[in-house]
Design a protein around this ligand. Structure first.
Ligand code: NAI
Length: 327
C-alpha cells in the first residue's frame, strides 16, 4: 500500500525504514493540514502524528484523493474529527500503547529535575560555581502524590511513586483494582487537588477533561504544589497556571505538552523570533520546566510505534479485523 507519511523527522524514517517490507512510504516533512492534504493524492493511507490536524475539511480532501485509512502513529486521537471520518467511511487506527514506561519515567524525570534542580546544578558546576545556594529540594519519601487517570501510563507512574515511598492518591472514572491493591487510594478528584503535594495528569483530553486544571481547581491546591502534565496541553488552562505561578500557589510546573504546541514542538526554532508570548512567559519562571513532547521518545517506544503502525496497515490491506481501530 502507498502511504503518505506526514510530519516526518529523521527518527521516523530510521525506525519505519527498519521495519517496512511490502508498503511504499512517501515521507513528507510538512504537517497534515488543509494546505498539505493534496500531497496524499494517490495514497490509500496517510500516517500522522499528534499535531497533524484532521478536521472534517481535511478528511474530505483526503477522501477525494482516495485515502481509505488514517494510521495514527500515536495513542491520542483528539486531533481527528472521528464523526467526520465515520461519515466519510475512512477507517482510523492507532497505536494504543507503545511504552507506558517511557512516559511515566519522563514524568518522574520532570519531578526529580524540578525538585533537585539538577539542570541548574549541571550548569553551575560546569562554570566552576560549586555553591549550593537556592538548590534546596525536598524528600519525595512521605509526600502525597495525586494521579489523575490510572490507565496504562498512570499505573506505571503509581508503581514508581510507591517505590519512592510516597502516599499515592488517584482519581479515575473507573478505579483500577490491582493498583488499589498495591496501596494507591482512590479519592474524589477535588480531594486529590486539595491533598496532593504533587499532581500528575495521565488522563486523555476530551470535553470532560479540557482545562481540568484551571483557576478554580488551582485555587483549591496546596500552596507550592507541583503540577506535572505529560498528557495533553489543554488539560491545563495555561493562563490560569501563569497566575498560579505568579501568586506562588504553584511552586513547580513540569510540562511535556502545551496547549499551543503544534506551532512550536518538534521543530528547531532557535534562530527564530518566537511569537507565542504565553510560552515565553512560562519559560521566564525559574520553577517551570518544559520539554517538547518527548515523553514517548525511547528506542523501545519508537520500535513499537513502527511495528504496530505497519501491522495496523497490513491488517487493513488484508481486509482483516482491525485490532487497533478507533472508528
Ligand atoms: P489510557 O487510555 O490507558 O488511560 C487513560 C486513563 O484516563 C483511563 O484509565 C481512563 O479511564 C482515564 N480517564 C478518562 N477520563 C478521565 C477523567 N475525566 N478523569 C480521570 N481519568 C479519566 O491512556 P494512557 O496510555 O495511559 O495515556 C494517557 C495519556 O498520556 C494519553 O491520553 C495521551 O494524552 C498521553 N500521552 C503522552 C505521551 C507523551 O509523549 N507525552 C505519549 C503517549 C500518551
Amino acid at each position: 500500500m502507498k502511504i503518505a507519511f506526514f510530519s516526518t523527522k529523521a527518527y521516523d524514517r530510521q525506525f519505519f525504514n527498519r521495519y517496512v517490507s511490502t508498503h511504499e512510504i512517501i515521507y513528507f516533512e510538512a504537517p497534515l493540514n488543509q494546505q498539505t492534504a493534496n500531497l496524499a493524492a494517490g495514497c490509500a493511507c496517510v500516517c500522522v502524528f499528534v499535531n497533524d490536524k484532521l478536521d472534517a475539511f481535511v478528511l474530505a480532501l483526503l477522501k477525494e484523493s482516495g485515502v481509505q485509512l488514517i494510521a495514527l502513529r500515536c495513542a491520542g486521537f483528539n486531533n481527528v474529527d472521528l464523526s467526520a471520518a465515520r461519515d466519510l467511511n475512512i477507517k482510523v487506527v492507532r497505536v494504543p500503547a507503545y511504552s507506558p514506561h517511557a512516559v511515566a519515567e519522563h514524568a518522574v524525570a520532570l519531578i526529580l529535575t524540578l525538585n533537585r534542580k539538577t539542570h541548574k546544578a549541571y550548569n553551575r558546576v560546569r562554570e566552576g560555581n560549586f555553591s549550593l545556594e537556592r538548590l534546596t529540594g525536598f524528600d519525595l519519601y512521605g509526600k502525597t502524590v495525586g494521579v489523575i487517570g490510572t490507565g496504562k501510563i498512570g499505573q506505571v507512574f503509581c508503581d514508581i511513586m510507591l517505590g519512592f515511598g510516597c502516599n499515592v492518591l488517584a482519581f479515575d472514572l473507573v478505579a483500577h483494582q490491582p493498583t488499589a491493591a498495591k496501596g494507591v487510594s482512590y479519592l474524589p478528584l477535588l480531594d486529590i487537588f486539595q491533598e496532593a503535594d504533587i499532581i500528575s495528569l495521565h488522563c486523555p483530553l476530551n470535553e470532560q477533561t479540557r482545562h481540568l486544571v484551571d483557576a478554580n481547581t488551582i485555587g483549591m491546591m496546596k500552596e507550592g504544589v507541583m503540577i506535572i502534565n505529560t498528557s495533553r496541553g489543554a488539560l491545563m488552562n495555561t493562563a490560569a497556571a501563569i497566575e498560579g505561578l505568579k501568586s506562588g500557589r504553584i511552586g513547580y510546573l513540569g510540562l511535556d505538552v502545551y496547549e499551543q504546541e503544534e506551532k512550536l514542538f518538534f521543530n528547531d526554532l532557535s534562530e527564530n523570533i518566537i511569537q507565542d508570548d504565553v510560552i515565553m512567559r512560562l519559560l521566564s519562571f525559574p520553577n517551570v520546566l518544559i520539554t517538547s513532547h518527548q515523553g514517548f521518545f525511547t528506542e523501545e517506544a519508537l520500535t513499537q510505534i513502527a511495528r504496530v503502525t505497519l501491522s495496523n496497515i497490513d491488517e487493513f490491506e488484508a481486509g482483516a479485523r482491525l485490532t487497533n481501530i478507533v472508528v
